[in-house]
Ligand binder design. Structure first.
Ligand code: NAD
Ligand code: ATP
Length: 520
């Protein structure tokens, strides 16, 4: 844009009579050359010129910035498509790595023996892997594809086998329906939904329990010692605890020497192959802790409440014997809590296929401004579509289990944990029209810090493990393959309603009295 004297700045010193015709028109009204010369001599015209030049320079800078932002957005969109492609590739590769049945595995002797064991175990049960359930040994095979097959066999023999089925009140024959929509004689009808109460039935006795406890709590320590003793003496179970807890127990008494633990963190990766049941003693944070220990399949979790709120901890610790007695016999009503799988993709490593390992969250991943006092500026894509640019304190991508946690505090809806969806909840958006969204479970979300962002953003996972996201870095998030099965006290719906009533005092109001004005 060239600087021009014809700009209608309307400077009073040039005596422009009316801005509607501009300064040039006013000049044309001047009759004599002298008047023009006089005018030109006026230093104020020189000043106007300087202002115009300054203004045009400023406009040029703005135009440049706008062009750069537009280019950034276009390239970000192209990149979104590219990341989506890479992400899908990685998912496909992971799926490929998961052997689905005997034909997918190498035909060596160990595998055959595992297969025989599995077959025998299957034969014991009346109905296994039928159309109305999932058997635990299938899950075991999935989780153990990269381990030595000999140790595999041992682990297989140790784990209790169970079956999952979908129950329906009053109809025993009801089965898990896969088709949501059917099309008969030109009519589209909605079939029965699959999200009925899920029931877990042991096929062999559970033998090993992992107890996870909230640290630094005397009441938890006392209960843990008591529970370990009871499970050992009355139920003859093998007990695993974290190394810290084993030290506490053994310091208390050498009686607890039988309690098992692990030395290396890498051994935690194999816990799911040994443990039949996980017991948590603490609040919701301990359930999150338990979930974070399992990067793959998660054994059923029994959360005992020893915290202040306990949305996900429906079991009262005082009656632990009765509860555990019945849970170890089964069947157990469970809630399959979905998790989100998050990848941080660095701009500096965007051309490398390998990214940082995935992080699984049970509640949510939060991308916020951290200690920066600037607004976050986050570009969000859903599959290949641009969703919005979040300008505010940040964004929460939450599971439905996490809908009653941070997302709720940020104005998101409360959602039944069995609903498969991803909540998209802004934190303090600086816009009046930014309402939270709930997206379907199959989408891949991508949140990118734009190149022209004034500050970094920070991602945290279930409130932990903060990671800095620099300009160009992105967080890619989708539903994880491995849910967290938590035992219900009654069933998924009753437990959820009890939590929002007791925990949040949801819609608590004194009932209006009968006396007073009435429509009759
Ligand atoms: N403003 C907020 O509400 C806010 C801020 C930060 C973190 N959080 C939540 O805290 C969680 C981490 O929990 P923590 O125990 O390790 O930290 P914490 O000790 O700070 O406890 C956070 C609180 O959130 C509750 N909580 C956790 N998960 C919940 C759920 N699914 N439903 C209802 N309430 C839940 C806990 O009971 C606890 O009272 C994060 O995942 C996040 O959801 C909330
Ligand atoms: N086994 C564990 N090892 C290390 N940290 C843990 C463990 N279990 C829980 N935590 C952490 O301890 C903190 C408190 O745990 P939790 O939320 O269970 O108890 P709480 O705060 O008393 O419960 P509530 O939030 O209901 O009041 C959480 O941040 C959690 O991540």
């Amino acid at each position: 844009m060239a600087p021009s004297k014809s700009n209608s700045s309307g400077d009073a010193s040039v005596s422009c009579p009316q801005p509607e015709n501009g300064c040039l028109n006013s000049l044309s009204l001047l009759s004599s050359e002298k008047a023009v010369e006089e005018l030109l001599e006026q230093s104020s015209l020189q000043e106007t010129d300087d202002h115009l030049i300054e203004f045009s320079e400023a406009m040029r800078t703005v135009a440049k910035a706008l062009r750069r932002a537009a280019e950034g957005k276009a390239s970000a969109q192209a990149e979104a498509a590219e990341w989506k492609r890479k992400y899908e590739l990685e998912r496909a590769r992971n799926l490929h790595l998961e052997p689905k049945g005997p034909s997918h595995r190498e035909n060596n002797g160990d595998d055959e023996r595992i297969e025989n064991l599995a077959r025998r175990s299957n034969d014991q049960s009346e109905q296994c892997c039928g159309s109305n359930g999932i058997c635990s040994h299938e899950v075991l095979r999935d989780g153990e594809c990269d381990t030595d097959s000999k140790s595999l066999l041992n682990k297989f023999a140790r784990k209790a086998s169970f079956k999952l089925s979908w129950c329906c009140k009053g109809d025993q024959s009801d089965q898990h329906k896969h088709d949501i929509v059917s099309f008969e004689r030109g009519n589209i009808t909605t079939a029965e939904r699959s999200s009925k109460q899920i029931s877990l039935k042991w096929e062999t006795h559970p033998r090993t329990v992992l107890i996870l406890t909230k640290p630094n709590s005397t009441s938890v320590r006392i209960l843990c010692a008591e529970m370990v003793r009871w499970l050992r003496e009355q139920k003859k179970l093998d007990i695993y605890v974290e190394p810290r807890v084993r030290v506490e127990l053994v310091t208390e008494s050498s009686y607890y020497n039988f309690v098992q633990t692990w030395k290396e963190d890498t051994e935690i990766m194999l816990l799911h192959t040994k443990v039949d049941l996980v017991v948590t003693l603490g609040g919701d944070g301990t359930v999150l802790w338990a979930a974070s220990m399992f990067k793959g399949p998660v054994p059923p979790v029994v959360p005992f409440s020893l915290g202040s709120l306990g949305f996900m901890t429906p079991f009262h610790s005082e009656q632990y014997r009765d509860y555990l007695d019945s849970l170890l016999k089964g069947p157990i009503s469970i809630t399959l809590r979905h998790r989100l799988q998050c990848h941080v993709i660095r701009e500096s490593a965007k051309n490398e296929y390998e990214t940082e390992g995935p992080i699984l969250v049970l509640n949510e991943v939060t991308i916020d401004r951290g200690i920066s006092s600037y607004l976050t500026n986050l570009e969000c894509y859903c599959d290949n579509s641009f969703v919005t640019c979040v300008q505010g304190d940040g964004l929460i991508l939450s599971t439905t289990s996490g809908s009653t946690a941070y997302s709720l505090a940020a104005g998101g809806s409360m959602v039944h944990p069995q609903v498969p969806g991803i909540l998209f909840t802004p934190i303090c958006p600086h816009s009046l029209s930014f309402r939270p969204l709930i997206l379907p479970e199959y989408v891949t979300l991508r949140v990118q810090v734009p190149f022209n962002s004034r500050s970094h953003a920070w991602a945290s996972f279930d409130g932990k493990d903060r990671k800095r996201l620099a300009a160009g870095d992105a967080l890619v998030c989708s539903m994880a393959t491995w849910p967290v099965p938590t035992a219900c006290q009654v069933d998924s719906t009753s437990d959820f309603l009890t939590s929002i009533h007791d925990g949040l005092h949801w819609n608590l109001r004194k009932t209006q009295s009968y006396d007073g004005p009435r429509d009759i």
